[in-house]
Design a protein around this ligand. Structure first.
Ligand SMILES: NC(=O)c1ccc[n+]([C@@H]2O[C@H](COP(=O)([O-])OP(=O)(O)OC[C@H]3O[C@@H](n4cnc5c(N)ncnc54)[C@H](OP(=O)(O)O)[C@@H]3O)[C@@H](O)[C@H]2O)c1
Length: 266
């Protein structure tokens, strides 16, 4: 299966290229960078530190990569999403979107484009976090609404979006399990007293932490914690490749890692 990586010189782009290079069934056909990026025109194999028979060059020509690829994998920046989706729809190329920090406008765009091509959008492509979402959904449904639910996340110092996409997805899971809609103002650090029924976030940034997330259910008598810790970036890359394999043969539509992993009905 031929894959093209959008954001190939980034932390995740490189990791996905490395995993694709050592996983049978995948052929990396190229990767993109921003126009004018330091990496434009550089050798993909040396930037991504992979061995590859082909002499691939990092390019800003997304259409070319989209035409060549069976599936695109996008780990870039929300600003690029609209362009990437338009091009993918134009070449009828299924796409996996791992970029986080997306707004409701981005989700509307994903929904619209998914009428033309299959899209997997996942704020976290790890299998562990997909399972964590299932467990959190279960807990939030079973526990009395009087349990306070708070979400803690910590990531590396260079992470741009706050709270992380993983934390926001978990908050949506909790809200939907409790029959609520997540309010945009819920996505902020606490500034005052806890309100009843609120879903709270706490965020920390530092060092090279790949991703820690914890959901706490607390009442007067007990605290139940469900957590996930990424020990490297490999798990996100492996999940993204799994999603690419799955989305290649999917019908047009917007899918999540739950679809990819067959967890939809849990
Ligand atoms: N879904 C998941 O499991 C998961 C896991 C980890 C990270 N992420 C998300 O994936 C995205 C990338 O993470 P990363 O750590 O790889 O980031 P990064 O190291 O900053 O890489 C981002 C890449 O995107 C490119 N890019 C394209 N358009 C851009 C724009 N308008 N502004 C900035 N960069 C742009 C950059 O290209 P140039 O080389 O040209 O600068 C850069 O190489 C983030 O949204 C992050 O939160 C998701």
């Amino acid at each position: 299966m031929k894959i093209g990586i959008l954001g190939c010189a980034g932390r995740m782009g490189k990791m996905i290229a490395q995993q694709a290079a050592i996983t049978s069934g995948f052929e990396l056909i190229g990767g993109t960078v921003r126009p004018g990026s330091l990496h434009e025109g550089m050798n993909l194999n040396s930037v991504c530190e992979i061995k590859n028979d082909k002499n691939l060059i990092l390019t800003s020509d997304i259409t070319k990569i989209s035409r060549l690829a069976d599936v695109l994998i996008d780990f870039t920046h929300p600003q690029s999403l609209s362009n990437h989706l338009q091009i993918a729809a134009g070449t009828q190329t299924p796409i996996v979107v791992g970029t986080t920090g997306l707004t409701s406008d981005h989700y509307n765009l994903l929904m619209q484009t998914s009428q033309k091509i299959p899209i997997v959008s996942a704020s976290n492509t790890s299998i562990g976090v997909a399972l964590l979402n299932v467990a959190v959904d279960f807990m939030a449904r079973i526990l009395d609404p009087s349990y306070d639910i708070e979400i803690f996340e910590m990531h590396h110092r260079a992470k741009r979006d706050v709270p992380s996409g993983t934390a926001i997805t978990l908050a949506h899971t909790v809200a939907s399990a409790r029959g609520q809609t997540l309010k945009p103002e819920a996505c902020v650090a606490r500034t005052g007293q806890r309100q009843e029924g609120e879903i709270g976030f706490a965020v920390a940034r530092g060092g090279n932490i790949y991703g820690d997330v914890k959901v706490m259910f607390t009442d007067d008598n007990e605290m139940i914690e469900l957590s996930h810790r990424a020990l490297n970036r490999e798990l996100f890359a492996k999940g993204a490749l799994k999603a690419a394999q799955w989305v290649r043969h999917a019908a047009p539509g917007l899918y999540s890692m739950k679809d990819v992993l067959g967890l939809k009905n849990l």
